[in-house]
Design a protein around this ligand. Sequence first.
Ligand SMILES: Cc1cc2nc3c(=O)[nH]c(=O)nc-3n(C[C@H](O)[C@H](O)[C@H](O)COP(=O)(O)OP(=O)(O)OC[C@H]3O[C@@H](n4cnc5c(N)ncnc54)[C@H](O)[C@@H]3O)c2cc1C
Length: 405
Amino acid sequence: MSASKGKIIIAGGGIGGVSAAMGLANKGYKVTVLEQAPEFGEIGAGIQIGPNAFHAMDYLGVGDAGRSKAVYIDKLILMDGKTGDEVSHIDIGEPFRERFKNPYAVIHRADLHSVFLDACRAHENVELVNNVVVTGYENTPNGAKVLTESGDVYEGDAVLGGDGVRSKIREQMTGGDELKLSGHVAYRAVLQLDQMPEDLRWNAVGLWAAKKCHMVHYPLQGWKTFNLVATFETDIDNVGVNEPGTKEEILSRFGELVPRARKLLEVPDNWRRWVLADRDPIDNWVDGNVALIGDAAHATHQYFAQGACMAMEDSVMLAHQLEKHDGDFAAAFADYQAARIPRAYRVVLSSREIGKHVYHPTGAHRLVRNAVLGAKTQEQYRESLAWLYGGTGLDEVDLNAVNQR
Ligand SMILES: Cc1cc2nc3c(=O)[nH]c(=O)nc-3n(C[C@H](O)[C@H](O)[C@H](O)COP(=O)(O)OP(=O)(O)OC[C@H]3O[C@@H](n4cnc5c(N)ncnc54)[C@H](O)[C@@H]3O)c2cc1C
């Protein structure tokens, strides 16, 4: 499939941008990805990916490469950070894999991103351009243009806004809808295996939930490192991202956490700090020949660990709709958003809820959580997650039809 069907410009080279580039290039489109950073890349931290993400990676032609970099954990464990007791766990072994036809895994972000980046670099239809700060777009009679800070203009048959939670493309499309600060701050660090206390070296995602805070850890990179994320609630009105954080601040926020877990927060010397935000759902992601993807469309809290998975699903659905409508962008974008809006926003809205009810409850609310989740069977867990991991939102798509160029 080498004859070009049209040209698409993508603003932003995160997981959303590079996965969309692969999906569209595989369908015969010429794609240019514009990234503001001097290099394409991801931050040094881990990410969890559900079975739906593996379905998406398979469709996008990078499933095997993604599988080779992932760590296959056994369980997702919820610990009561106040008592140190296990509340509940989800077994993600064989019955789970059988149910959803793919594993649940964890992976270093740079590894996941580079799987797509390598595939883009090897694809004759993809052009990757750095140091381009996108400022907006313009629809044209036959397509759309991306406008940039330098004054350069990139013109194609269509434009995708994959420029993240602070998207310039979305800002123009919506007239500037509000960024919703969650009041939650996440600290991230990656530890070497020997820095990880032996009794916490679990082949699992371990989640310790305490008063207005929680901590998550899991192995990465073939068990050479461990990912650590510690999140707390606070009154904060700025939107700092990837700033240096202090051990003093993080320790002062985890007063209720049992010493066995709290000692982990004393280990990292290099914490990075993010003020977390999402956006309220909107019912339109399209303006003429321009459409939104990834966080630009549906920025979410991390509580379902699904933001990047949703971005990969967007890429599948876009590629599928463009193929189905044979390059009719208006029809393809209309069906793309009709399929994606309800599913992606179910994740966004549910993430807000589980943030409150599972991750940070206190007092009687915490006891209710422990009783409800502690009583759930593995089968009940699998069924309650089936809409997310089994439904995939790609039902219309033949997931086995990996379209190689
Ligand atoms: C603490 C935390 C934990 C998370 N854990 C998970 C998890 O376990 N699983 C999961 O699936 N998701 C998780 N997520 C969500 C996930 O990180 C995001 O949903 C995902 O990275 C979004 O990808 P994106 O490509 O849409 O946006 P981004 O990753 O933000 O990429 C946007 C890209 O656009 C570029 N850009 C921005 N503005 C411009 C501009 N004006 N011009 C040019 N380029 C521009 C940026 O430099 C960036 O490269 C987590 C998020 C957080 C905060």
